[in-house]
Design a protein around this ligand. Sequence first.
Ligand SMILES: *Cc1c(COP(=O)(O)O)cnc(C)c1O
Length: 405
Amino acid sequence: MTSADAPQLRPDTLAVHAGHTRSPFDEMAEPLYMTQGYVYPTAAEAEAAFAGEIDRYQYSRYANPTVTMFEQRLAAIEGAEDCFATATGMAAVFVSMASILRQGDRLVASRALFGTSITTFDEYFANWGIRVDYVDGHVNEDWERALAEPATAVYCESPTNPMQDVVDVPFVAARAKEAGALFIVDNVFATPLGQKPLELGADAVVYSATKHIDGQGRVLGGAVLGGKEYVDKVRQMVRTMGATMSPFNAWVLGKSLETLAVRVKAQAASALDLAGWLDAHPKVAVARYPLLPSHPQHERAKAQMTLGGTLVTIDIALPEGTDPHGPEAKAAAFRFLDALQVVAISNNLGDAKSIATHPATTTHRKIGPERRARVGMSDATIRLSIGLEDVEDLREDLARALDAI
Ligand SMILES: *Cc1c(COP(=O)(O)O)cnc(C)c1O
């Protein structure tokens, strides 16, 4: 599949075949190379490998054939020149920036992010002398103002976790270029199927492969994708600091890429259906989903996303005068969560099993009430990750739980 006269294949075909190199045993499925090291036929070949004169496997912290299979397959689906796999999504987020930022550099990021990404920026990057400036990611004027000054890296999620704000990726890409910055997009919510940040002008994409790429709640993983020169910097740093992906996880995730499209398309169809139904439900104040016409950045979402994702974020309707950040809002959310019978209470997302999360007390607990309020998150906010169950069973479960509030 890699020779010069190979046919031009479409993403669904690449997802099944790309990166597969058969061993001398001609096995059908991708081999799992559980090995730490590799054997050299001669001492001279070991010397040549370490001198960088020949390209071969040396040690699985540097590279492993099963991990390479996963990297090549994901790069083919994403349409990226290069890909490097990491132990977790957070390792990918960290190294996507740590590999290019130096003391005194400036990082401009959207305010609405996965909670641990914010902790990384505020508790580590900031203490290492990197200036971190936050903007409201869905407001173009905010990016314009922040990127009138030079920066080294620009980072955002779109849609954001959990509030589903949609960032104008081509607009930010143009401003980042003017500011001399590398633009990195965390594409977890959109998935590789629903949005192609590199085609929209971004320089790099990061994934938590733990989410839709596994999609079945088993292993952790992450990946950084982009141009070869940049990904090589990421590769060098991870080889040194050690957060490489395990071959076993790469094997699971590589096989999962074969079914990514069918899973995500089915989950997104159910999510769109349920989002519309929830938005009209009297016990729901608002349902946020990028491809719902009521979404504040609906036109932008339609222009840059081909699928709306598998997540729906709702605010439970509260009686007049109730503080949405107070204990009654939290109690209403907990009554809803505890009444669910099919949808599980958990903090993961993208799984075949549907999941409900209360971000204020879990994933976004650490950032505190003020920063939650700043991005529109309240104690009545629930993030729903829609799985592969029959959509009518999910609708009945959600209806039952809403009635229990
Ligand atoms: C989960 C998640 C991460 C971190 O990934 P891990 O695999 O848990 O380390 C980063 N960004 C987003 C948007 C996520 O949902």
